[in-house]
Structures are given as structure tokens and as C-alpha cells.
Design a protein around this ligand. Sequence first.
Ligand code: C5P
Length: 360
Amino acid sequence: LQPIPRLWGIPLKYLSLVTLAVQNSLLTLIMHYSRISTPPERAYSAATAVLLNELFKGLISLSVAFFRVETTNESDAYCSRTTNPPRTLTQRCRMLGKEVFAPDCWKLSIPAILYVIQNNLQYVAASNLDAATFQVSYQMKILTTAGFSVLLLRKKLSTTQWMALLCLAIGVGVVQIQSLPVGGGTHSKGPVLNEMNSTKGFLAVFAACFTSGLAGVYFEMVLKNSPCDLWVRNVQLSLFSLLPALVPILFNERSGAVPGSAQWLSHLFHGFGVWAWTTVAVQVLGGLITALVIKYADNILKGFSTSLSIVISFLASVALFDFQMSFTFLLGSGIVLVATWLYNSQPKLRRPAPFPRVES
Ligand code: C5P
């Protein structure tokens, strides 16, 4: 039996789930504030923030993978770990290179592209919806995650769990009814310098829920289907994210400057203040915790931890952004919370072992 990994005596599974809940609420609030508190002409570029997120996450994962790398006994095997540490720096670099550029590394290109799209969509949603409304609507990702878990991982859901998913969809629908302004126009409260368009925000959230479910389940399938180290998988994910993250930057470039020049860089970082950097930092942290949660728990438990963040974001939105509590919002949020609890109150998900193999 494998020992349960722990940090300061606490099982990593629970530690990562609780940290993710706190990180999720923080990200929703900070991202929303960073987008609405500046007028459009001084707003930072979401595409730059997404690129920085991937760069920092990749560098952190590379450093951890570097210290964790171990040599294998078989010369042609990759990602197969033993307790044999490399003796020299060159040996360590060579082993790491071999793991990162393993023949199956291409598998990470799929979640990488999906996550880049999702991370960009999150900025659109956070710019156009109240933090609490965004948080509740984003719970629809539990539905897409369950759907993809059934399809790709062949997980079996009980009738109660399907009922809980139906409740979740109803709850999110109720929240949206109260949030959509009559006539589908803009919606703004509190210290808002940027106009919000809730229709645009909801469309972005729906698309992000789809990519979140598919990317998360695909990453889980790749991770649990091979002995490759989590941190090496994270490096591969970040590497494959760089190109798609660069595309919107290059296509939206209006300064006419040569890419890489000082003028280009200053345009890229236009509007990057404390809140933009904080958003990137919290997102980097979230990416790393998400990876740990997927490894030590699973995607569906991840959905449970974020339900806790609904309450945190909701209370903070009332205090910080003068968010108006309405009966429909409370009713919708209540249904979402009960649905999440109902979904996770089932004894255990029956998962046929082993995971279906992703052929290289
Ligand atoms: O909303 P959701 O939980 O799907 O968001 C997951 C976030 O975690 C995304 O921003 C994604 O880029 C990040 N992630 C990561 N590394 C992983 C898995 C997810 O950075 N291995």
C-alpha cells in the first residue's frame, strides 16, 4: 500500500483542497477588482497576464522537477522512477530533459490549449459579471467535469449524483435570471470604472466551464495513466501553453513595434499595476494547487472544494463591492450548495480500474 503523502502531518489531499477553496475566492475577487477598478484605456492586457501565468508556473514546476529528478535503471525508459539520484549536474539536466521531452509529451498539448482559452475567458467573465455571480455560474464546471469523467474515465455516477447535477443546473439558472438585466444591457455596482455586459460574461463562463471539464479530466487521465512525475507533467503543460498564449498577444498587437523591442515590451505591460501582478500571482498559485488536487484527490472533489469558495466570495462581495443580496441570488446559491453537497455525499464513485490508456 502506498503511504499517504503529508505536509506538516496533514494529508496533502485535504491540504490542497482547502487551499484551493481559499485561492478560488481570492482569485475571483482580485481578478474582478483588477478589471473593474481602472478605465478601459488603462486596463492591463489579459493575454499578457495569461502568458505570465504560464511562464511563472512553468519555471516553478521546472525547479521542483529539477530537484526531484531521479535516474532510471533502464537506459531506454523515461518517466520510470527509482530511488537512484543522479550524481552530477549534467546527469541531472540530461535526465530531466529526457523526461520533459518524452515521446508522450504531446498529450499535454490538448489540456494546454484548452487551459489557455479558459484562462483568457475567465478575464472576460470577471470583467463582465459580479464576483459572486461569476463564482456561482462557474460551478457549472462540476456538470461538465462529471460529463467528461463519465465519457473519458468511464466513471459511474449514481442516480442521486445525476439528480444533484440537475439541481446544480437549476441553481445556476436561478442566479442568472436575477443577474441578467432587463434588455440584456450593462450591469454595474460599487467602484466600477468599466462597464459590465452580463450576457458576454455568461457566454464566457459557459465556454470556460466546458474547457475546464475537458482539460481537467484529460489532465487527470494522462497523469494517472503514467508513472511520470506531476512536476514534469506541469512543465510539459506550460511549454505547450506558451505558443497558444502568445497568439492573442501577437494578433492584438497594435503598437506596430518589433516583437521583443523595448517599445513592444512596454506596450505588453501597459497598465500592469499591483492588482494585475497580484492576479497573476494568485493564478499561478491556483494552477499549482489544482495540479496537486488532481493528483492526490480528483476533479470531482475539486468541484466540492470550490463550493466553499462560493460562500467566501459571496460574503466578500457584499462587504467589498456593495453586492446587493436578492432573494433569487440567495435561492440560486443555496440550490448550488445543496447540489454540491448532495453530489459529494455519495459513499464512493465506482471507477473501473485501471484508467483507459491514452495511446501515444
Ligand atoms: O477552473 P479550473 O479549476 O478548471 O481551473 C484550473 C486552473 O488550473 C487553470 O487556470 C489551469 O491553467 C490551471 N492548471 C495548471 N496546471 C495543471 C492543471 C490546471 O496550471 N496541471
